[in-house]
Each structure stands twice: as structure tokens, then as C-alpha cells.
Design a protein around this ligand. Structure first.
Ligand SMILES: C[S@@+](CC[C@H](N)C(=O)[O-])C[C@H]1O[C@@H](n2cnc3c(N)ncnc32)[C@H](O)[C@@H]1O
Length: 257
């Protein structure tokens, strides 16, 4: 996706985007941020969108930066959070060779590295690394490939419970355009409302974190209600719930090439 593509999405953000902030029912990100507050001065929200996490960061850190490559998102964030005196917001593309971001003690990167282009993702990872001080922390949230596949299974189960023949139940659950599973096996790219979106295996994030010079402090699931996957999910559809991966990473002095 390009910055332009987020234009319409910014205008109807609530309807279009799964808000991690609103659906993090156990407030796991807030707990992580509170723990990191101790002796930390600066924080940056990379790909801040409309800025849902900015008030939280502003409360816990002395100086906060927020950046996004969509001018519309930054405009909306400015309008909603103009009262936050310790906040600076800028338009910047995390794929650029030298985006204007000061390295911070803590960086948030919440569902931002979603591009289907591996070369774009590599550029973003490099800048994410540069945005954190050595010894500082990165709070990373990324869509789970395991959860996406599991959700498709729950849709198949739903079809079967409704009395569909199993082959129809299967084709109703899984994308028929990707019958051979090429897109998924090539790189975890799954169509989300018409947008090809990178999803990650837990082990893939472990390897990425290691390659970009981060130590893993914790890796857990943020679970969401089924209404984030399906409209009007049936009452019997309960746990295990769908999830994103939440990694807390500490920047090491060197990268592992
Ligand atoms: C799913 S939204 C998440 C927004 C916010 N982090 C949150 O959790 O509410 C993804 C955001 O990443 C931004 N984004 C994607 N690629 C980017 C890039 N290359 N540089 C800067 N921002 C980017 C988009 O504009 C969008 O606002």
C-alpha cells in the first residue's frame, strides 16, 4: 500500500482498520508501556495512524514523536491530540533512506510492517532499528499468520455446523483465488478486505528480530473478539480467540548479518 491508499481509510478509520488499541481487551500494550516508563525519557510511535496510542505515550514519557507517511493520518492525529504539549507529529516514509526520526528510548510499531513487498519491509525494519537507542525497547505488533489460518478454519467449521457439504465448506472458508496456497506459502500474504497484507509466523518474527539486532524480552498473543474477524459471529464461537503477535524487543549494539 502507498501513503495515498490510506487517504480514504483515514477518513473512515474506525470502520476500516482493526484498532489494536480498542480491541486489546487485557490492555497488554498499556502494561508494557507502563513498565518501560521507568527512567525512560523519549518515545516514538512509528506509523502512528490517527494516533490512538499517543495520549498513553504522552502520559508516560517526557517527549513523544509520532510519524506516518499518510498526510491525512497525521492531520487527524494533530486535530485529535493538539492538547498534548510534549508531542511532535511528522509525515515521514519509513522506507526512506534517512527519515527524520530521533532515536528514542522506546518505539512503538503497531501493525505497520504489512507491505507485501519484501524490499519495502526490509527498508522499514532498518529504520525501525535506527529509531531505537541501543539498549532501548521496541514494542512490535504484527498480524499472525497462524491466527489468520486458524480463523479460516473456524469459518469452515461455521459452514459445516450450518449443514454445508464439506467441499463447499472448505472453498467458502479459504480463498478460492489462491487454491494452491501459493500466496500464503510464498510469504504469508493474505487478502484483508481487498488489501494484500503481510502476516507473520511467530518463528519468523523471532528470526527477523535477531537479524535486525534485537533481543527478545517477551513474545505473546494479543487476543481479540471474533467480531474483529467476522460480522455477527455465532455465539458458540468462543476461545481460542484470534490474535496478533506482541513482541517486546531490546536493541543490541550490533546487527546479526
Ligand atoms: C494498520 S495502521 C496502524 C496505525 C497505528 N499504529 C495503530 O495501531 O493505531 C498502519 C499505519 O501504518 C502507516 N504506514 C504504513 N507504511 C508506512 C511507511 N512506509 N511509512 C510510514 N507509515 C506507514 C499507515 O499509513 C497507517 O497509518
Amino acid at each position: 500500500m502507498e501513503a495515498e491508499d490510506w487517504k480514504g481509510i483515514a477518513a473512515n478509520y474506525e470502520g476500516n482498520i482493526l484498532s489494536v488499541y480498542d480491541n486489546d481487551e487485557d490492555s497488554k500494550i498499556e502494561s508494557v508501556i507502563k513498565e518501560l516508563e521507568v527512567k525512560k525519557e523519549t518515545a516514538v510511535d512509528l506509523g502512528c495512524g490517527t494516533g490512538k496510542f499517543l495520549p498513553l505515550l504522552s502520559k508516560h514519557f517526557k517527549k513523544v514523536q509520532g510519524c506516518d507517511y499518510s498526510e491525512e493520518m497525521i492531520e487527524m492525529a494533530k486535530k485529535s491530540h493538539q492538547h498534548l504539549e510534549n508531542l511532535n507529529l511528522d509525515v515521514c516514509d519509513l522506507r526512506a533512506s534517512a527519515p527524520k526520526i530521533k532515536p528514542s528510548d522506546v518505539a512503538l510499531c503497531i501493525n505497520v510492517i504489512l507491505s507485501p513487498s519484501i524490499s519495502d519491509r526490509e527498508k522499514i525494519w532498518l529504520n525501525v532499528r535506527k529509531s531505537v537507542q541501543t539498549g532501548g525497547h521496541l514494542v512490535l505488533v504484527a498480524p499472525s499468520l497462524e491466527s489468520a489460518l486458524y480463523s479460516k478454519y473456524r469459518l469452515v467449521e461455521w459452514n459445516i455446523r450450518n449443514g454445508d457439504a464439506s467441499s463447499r465448506a472448505l472453498s467458502g472458508g479459504f480463498e478460492t483465488k489462491d487454491e494452491e496456497g501459493k500466496i500464503i506459502s510464498r510469504g504469508g500474504i493474505i487478502d484483508c478486505g481487498g488489501v494484500p497484507t503481510k502476516h507473520y509466523l511467530e518463528e519468523e518474527l523471532v528470526c527477523l528480530a535477531h537479524r535486525f539486532g534485537f533481543k527478545i524480552k517477551s513474545a505473546e498473543k494479543i487476543t481479540y473478539p471474533w467480531s474483529t474477524e467476522f460480522s455477527n459471529p455465532p455465539k458458540w464461537m468462543k476461545s481460542p480467540f484470534p490474535w496478533d503477535w506482541l513482541f517486546l524487543l531490546e536493541k543490541q549494539s550490533v546487527r546479526n548479518r
